[in-house]
Design a binder for this molecule. Structure first.
Ligand SMILES: [Zn+2]
Length: 233
């Protein structure tokens, strides 16, 4: 079956750890270090020869990271929890694959990306350079959506320009709309970051979702997207 054929190349091309680099003002993602992380006893790079420092040459946003995680989650769920997935029925699998495919396509061709001349990082090939407070963790460890064997989910990093307090261009927007925008953003985060088995309510559509995966599918629907886009009209 294709499953094993797919696992091997993923392991080969996908580094075990990656840490995003931000510029000094914490306004842009400028690159990432990818590789095997640090040795937890010595705190030194575990296998420095295998680490790779990558500089971004286009603008990458937090939304991009969420989309990438959405694709990774779909692969992890479909390949890693065959049993569970087989109970969902073909339709759910199809929608999961379709949602992953669309995210991937929108990453590749959906947005015209501005070229970005990233400043180089101060400490190349050094791990653990992020302020822990800035790391937007997810709580999907030990769930089928995150996987040690397959694809680790990326951790987002807080940028001052995203969701910060200084939203100058938003003066005049109704507080209720701002609140809904925050809720919509939060939903995208919850779709990749909630462990909780608590149902998640989409207040835009007044619908309740039992798992982050189902919420993720909902966020891709026309119905939801129209409502979300209307918040920015
Ligand atoms: Zn919705």
């Amino acid at each position: 079956m294709a499953k094993n054929g797919l696992l091997r190349p993923i392991n080969r091309i996908d580094p075990k750890f990656r840490e995003i680099r931000v510029d000094q003002k914490k306004e842009n993602y400028i690159g990432a270090i990818c590789g095997l992380g640090v040795d937890r006893f010595s705190d030194q790079p575990a296998m420095p020869d295998h680490d790779m420092e990558v500089a971004f040459d286009t603008n990458i946003t937090l939304e991009d990271i969420f989309k990438i995680n959405g694709v990774r989650m779909a692969i992890n769920i479909v390949l890693g929890s065959e049993q569970a997935v087989s109970n969902w029925g073909e339709d759910a699998i199809y929608r999961l694959q379709d949602s992953a495919r669309k995210k991937l396509m929108s990453l590749i061709q959906g947005t015209t990306r501005e070229p970005f001349d990233a400043p180089s990082t101060d400490k190349p090939y050094k791990w653990n350079q992020l302020d822990p407070e800035d790391i937007l963790g997810h709580d999907l460890q030990n769930t089928p959506a995150d996987s040690l064997v397959l694809l680790h989910l990326h951790k987002g990093v807080y940028l001052r320009s995203e969701g910060g307090e200084e939203e100058e261009d938003e003066i005049g927007v109704e507080e209720a709309t701002l609140e809904m925008r925050r809720h919509a953003n939060w939903l995208h985060q919850a779709a990749t970051s909630a462990t909780s088995r608590e149902p998640i309510v989409c207040r835009l559509c007044n619908m309740t979702w039992q798992t982050p995966q189902l919420l993720q599918l909902h966020l891709e629907t026309r119905r939801h997207k129209d409502k979300e886009n209307a918040l920015y009209d």
